[in-house]
Design a protein around this ligand. Structure first.
Ligand SMILES: C[S@@+](CC[C@H](N)C(=O)[O-])C[C@H]1O[C@@H](n2cnc3c(N)ncnc32)[C@H](O)[C@@H]1O
Length: 181
């Protein structure tokens, strides 16, 4: 399976480059991990589901790619060494909103100062939101909420508008590159 095309664009544009240490939280099937590893990044995929890690292992084997796979909860895991970048696509929106604060603190802790958060902000609003219901996954990730959880004291935000990438399952994602302060 080809990688998410925004990831490929960030690579082509030089936002991420060979040799960078990149984390892929909620790596699932591992296709993005394998693609980044084949492209020359030093990649770590993190997932807490044994079945996902098994699939990721198989994806890496088939792609003849080398990467680290870690079995851990992304809201609690602490890496031994900080990363240059985190590719966040469909992990955050898989977490219940009660865990978002812990997750965004993790993301900040994983990155070195100046490191990049490559954020695909899931746009999946549901009708129940009008009555305050929390519906997901994927949970809708409003940009106002993301600004509150990734505050300006800790992150540099680019100015909107952000590229809107259509998701194969009918949702969309906003592609945003934040820099950790
Ligand atoms: C929507 S899937 C990601 C799919 C992935 N982008 C792919 O290409 O396969 C979300 C993934 O996040 C993982 N996940 C959800 N909550 C997690 C947590 N708290 N810690 C670690 N992994 C988690 C799930 O096991 C799942 O593999």
């Amino acid at each position: 399976m080809p990688p998410d095309h925004q990831l490929q664009r960030w690579w082509t544009d030089g936002v991420i480059q060979p040799g960078m240490r990149i984390a892929v939280p909620g790596c699932g099937t591992g296709h993005d991990v394998a693609w980044l590893a084949r492209a020359g990044a030093e990649v770590t995929g993190i997932d807490y589901a044994p079945a996902a890690l098994e699939r990721a292992r198989e994806t890496l084997r088939q792609a003849d790619a080398q990467a680290s796979l870690v079995a851990a909860d992304v809201t609690a895991w602490i890496p031994g060494e900080p990363f240059d970048a985190v590719y966040e696509q469909t992990c955050w929106c898989a977490l219940h909103p009660d865990r978002w604060s812990a997750y965004t603190q993790s993301l900040h802790g994983w990155l070195r100062p100046g490191g990049l958060l490559l954020l695909m902000l899931m746009q999946a609003p549901r009708p129940g939101a009008a009555e305050g219901r929390l519906e997901g996954p994927p949970y809708h990730m409003d940009v106002h909420g993301a600004r509150a959880l990734l505050p300006l004291e800790s992150w540099d935000w680019p100015a909107p508008p952000y590229p809107r990438v259509e998701h194969p399952r009918g949702w969309a994602e906003l592609a945003i590159v934040l820099r950790r302060r």
